[in-house]
Design a protein around this ligand. Structure first.
Ligand SMILES: [Ca+2]
Length: 284
């Protein structure tokens, strides 16, 4: 064999093995990740109404978790919570999956060079929601009637302030916290931890549960903790809020007989604190 032919052959062999190694690299990266992800590396946890998909990749990657009820039909995406750059620790959140249901998923990856890869298609089951605590029934509709609702006779008796000096029934006014509308909000005028609101009724009720939904401006205006008292100053309890995504319900240890409640901010991210909705429940 001629020398040049040997070199040509060698070249082809190197090319093929290079391709082979290259393709093995891609192929093995996915299967190795799939192996890790599908067996022990990938976790599906349920928290309130959210499903969290978390896992680790060997290399920094962007990822996108596609979710659907049938293979090949992915109609939901679990969104990464910190997409600041490719990373190894992945934490993806999707809301509103049905409980106790099998879903199909596929994970798309892109590394820092923009090269895509993906996991194989697999399934997971959502849990039955059993971790609902009585003192934090986020997402659970309590029994009884929401007597704070304007339409049910609820009234704003006092408020620390309304943004822009609005009256209680105008945009950002206090009544927007008891109008039953999740698209309207009461915003204080920069009251931060000093914000408060009093909601009352024209009679006394035996109150057993409150709901509170804080507003947010991403970096401010979010209430972290509220203190609830009766109008004559009897403290009912202090409750820690878990973010602005939805209303949170808190059941009292013992029902309170009262013709109104005062809600005071204890802790917040400052600024124009306020509420999307405040609900008060009585079984009467
Ligand atoms: Ca509202």
């Amino acid at each position: 064999m001629k020398k040049s032919a040997i070199f040509a052959l060698l070249g082809i062999v190197i090319l093929i093995s290079g391709y082979y190694i290259g393709s093995i690299k891609v192929e093995s990266r996915s299967p190795s990740e799939i192996r890790v992800l599908d067996t022990e590396g990938i976790e599906f946890t349920n928290q309130d109404n959210k499903t969290i998909v978390s896992f680790t990749t060997e290399q920094p990657e962007f990822c996108q978790v596609l979710i659907g009820t049938e293979e090949g039909q992915f109609d939901r995406v679990a969104v990464e919570s910190m997409p600041e750059g490719p990373h190894k620790e992945h934490y993806n959140v999707v809301e509103g999956l049905e409980q106790n249901t099998q879903y199909t998923y596929k994970i798309n990856f892109t590394n820092s060079n923009g090269e895509p890869s993906q996991s194989k298609v697999a399934t997971f089951n959502t849990a039955k929601n059993e971790n609902v605590e009585t003192d934090n029934m986020q997402g659970m509709e309590p029994d009884g009637q929401n007597i704070a609702l304007l339409a049910n006779g609820g009234q704003v008796l006092g408020v620390s302030s309304n943004f822009g000096g609005a009256s209680n029934d105008q945009t950002w006014g206090a009544e927007k916290a008891i109008d039953g509308d999740p698209s309207s909000e009461w915003s204080s005028a920069g009251d931060g931890n000093e914000a408060w609101i009093e909601v009352g009724f024209n009679q006394s009720y035996r109150i057993n549960t409150i709901g509170f939904w804080t507003r947010t401006m991403e970096n401010s205006a979010e209430i972290k903790q509220i203190k609830v008292a009766t109008l004559d100053g009897k403290e009912v309890g202090t409750y820690t809020l878990n973010g602005p995504d939805q209303i949170q319900y808190f059941e009292f240890d013992t029902p309170v007989e009262a013709d109104g409640l005062r809600f005071e901010v204890v802790d917040s991210s400052g600024g124009n604190t306020g509420a999307v909705e405040i609900e008060i429940y009585s079984n009467e």
